[in-house]
Design a protein around this ligand. Structure first.
Ligand code: ARG
Length: 252
């Protein structure tokens, strides 16, 4: 009788464990993004988050067998939300760098980018160094902020920090700053939709950047799934198909 009840308990526990496992694989992973960054992530009038990054993470999730729920919040809180467990994944045109690697783990790179300078059409600026004594707009805490801070000094009054890149570009259009430094894809996209509002200056001294999908530090099982999914969408043409929908030039 004792043996019988022990066996019963064991099988109950096994059943419970299996159900739990099934539940967690079937449940949604929360993906954080700052959706003011077209064409990578943006919000439609009805609050749907769309863009290159969104299509990429959905395609990866489908291959890797998990579901995603996309949550849009400002850039500045994203890294903390991942660390605290409020988000499982971040995809937000995030450049992989050593400082960020200390607090999160990154997938293999999925996109190549570079900083680009936006200036008024009449501007005489031809290279980054010439921004030294000008008012420069950046999105707070981005790689654009980082390089502008290096050139002008982190606490320079001439660096104008904005919550979003579109706000910085708006300020350039309004004449409140002399230049904006941000990712090429986003500046090019803004200019495409607002022709002749400003012109762009590229500088060969800017290093190549690579976007990565972030997970909590040590979440190796999820990272593995993401990397496998990314590989799968690259080999079967899904990545290229998505890329073509957002970018006309050759893929990176
Ligand atoms: N690539 C830049 C960085 O990692 C800017 C990313 C901003 N992304 C966004 N969705 N606002 O710092």
């Amino acid at each position: 009788m004792k043996l019988f009840s022990t066996m019963f308990i064991i099988s109950c526990l096994t059943l419970l464990a299996c159900t739990k496992k099934q539940e967690s694989t079937a449940s949604e992973l929360i993906v954080g993004t700052d959706a003011a960054y077209a064409p990578f992530e943006s919000e439609t009038a009805d609050k749907t988050v769309q863009g290159f990054d969104i299509d990429i993470i959905k395609a990866i999730a489908e291959k890797a067998g998990f579901k995603v729920k996309i949550v849009n919040t400002p850039w500045e809180g994203l890294f903390n939300q991942l660390e605290s467990g409020d988000r499982d994944i971040l995809i937000s045109a995030i450049t992989i760098n050593e400082e960020r690697r200390k607090v999160m783990d990154f997938s293999e790179p999925y996109f190549e980018a570079v900083q680009l300078i936006a200036v008024p059409v009449s501007s005489k600026v031809t290279k980054f160094d010439e921004l030294k004594s000008l008012k420069v707009g950046v999105q707070t805490g981005t790689t654009g902020d980082e390089i502008a801070s290096r050139l002008l000094g982190k606490s320079s009054q001439n660096i104008k920090r904005f919550e979003g890149t579109p706000l910085a570009l708006q300020e350039l259009t309004n004449g409140g700053v002399d230049a904006v430094v941000a990712d090429n894809g986003v500046i090019d996209n803004f200019l495409k939709n607002n022709p002749k509002t400003f012109k762009t200056v590229s500088d060969p001294s800017f290093a190549k950047e690579h976007y990565g999908i972030a997970v909590r530090k040590g979440n190796t099982s999820l990272l593995k799934k993401i990397n496998e999914g990314l590989q799968a969408i690259k080999s079967d043409g899904t990545y290229d198909r998505i890329h073509k929908n957002y970018f006309t030039e050759k893929k990176n």
